[in-house]
Write a protein that binds this ligand. Structure first.
Ligand code: ADP
Ligand code: MG
Length: 258
């Protein structure tokens, strides 16, 4: 589905991504983990097409994303960026309707179907009651759910999310990741999601890509990647990994060294 081959990227002379290779399948959630500054957001931006100057190839079903125009790319890939800037005077509904832009005809007419899809997206993220509120007056967590709804309304088979849970409370973290998992399984959505919480990644990702200093240090199932020695080296902090008492996932416990 989505294939990353020999991708490297630097901001001016500052090399960030170093020869990244992986492939994701339909219906799979790939969690991208790594310390602050390891290149997670940069990787997401290269895949989404907003950083075109990378070397190597990123392709979808064999077609290089470099050959896609903006509308085609938006039909393939939706993005939930880390710090999305939204027009603050727009209502939540108008914001979600922006997700329909790649399907709207040249007259700019929004169809009944576009409205239904936008309503359904807001409903799925538990934000239908925010429809007529303006973005500038929403809390960080409410805004984040509207941004997810905008991405859902885009109806693209690949969704990229950059630390989408960081401003959410416990309930909405769980709701968002459970929804992403449901969409991946039921709609065969391919998801690449940068996360900083190792235990959320262990619980929701099918596979994990661990980036350290722009290199892919490990790629595999949560059990293969979330190992004490691998994590301690990646994060420069000792950790214990135990079996989760309720789920068949590893549970990561940072040790205290002071
Ligand atoms: P992560 O998301 O894993 O925290 P980033 O991809 O945001 O990491 O950043 C990787 C590295 O690239 C960091 O050293 C960061 O300072 C640098 N960086 C990120 N964005 C820019 C930018 N726009 N210009 C220059 N350097 C950047
Ligand atoms: Mg980041």
């Amino acid at each position: 589905m989505l294939k990353i081959q020999n991708v490297s990227f630097g901001y001016n002379t500052h090399q960030v991504l170093r020869n990244i290779n992986f492939e994701t399948q339909k219906g799979e959630i790939l969690g991208v983990l790594g310390p602050n500054g390891s290149g997670k957001s940069t990787l997401i931006r290269c895949i989404s097409g907003i950083l075109p100057g990378f070397s190597g190839t990123i392709s979808i079903n064999g077609q290089s994303t470099a050959t896609l125009n903006t509308v085609k790319r938006a039909r393939w890939i939706s993005v939930v960026p880390q710090n999305a800037s939204l027009p603050s005077a727009f209502t939540a509904m108008e914001t979600v309707l922006l997700g329909r832009t790649p399907y709207i005809n040249f007259l700019g007419q929004i169809s009944q179907l576009d409205r239904e899809i936008a309503c359904s997206a807001l409903e799925q993220v538990d934000a239908l009651e925010l429809s007529e509120r303006v973005i500038g007056e929403l809390s960080g967590g409410e805004k984040q759910r509207v941004i997810l709804a905008r991405a859902l309304a885009q109806s693209a088979p690949i969704m990229l999310l950059d630390e989408p849970t960081s401003s959410l409370d416990l309930q909405h973290q769980m709701k968002l990741l459970s929804l992403v998992k449901k969409l991946a399984k039921e709609n065969s959505l391919t998801v690449v999601i940068a996360l900083h919480d190792l235990n959320l990644a262990a619980r929701f990702a099918d596979r994990i890509a661990l980036l350290v200093n722009g290199e892919l240090k490990a790629l595999g199932t949560p059990w293969q990647v979330l190992k004490a020695d691998i994590l301690a080296e990646a994060y420069s902090w000792p950790v214990k990994v135990i079996d989760h008492p309720f789920f068949d996932t590893p549970l990561i416990l940072p040790e205290s060294v002071l």
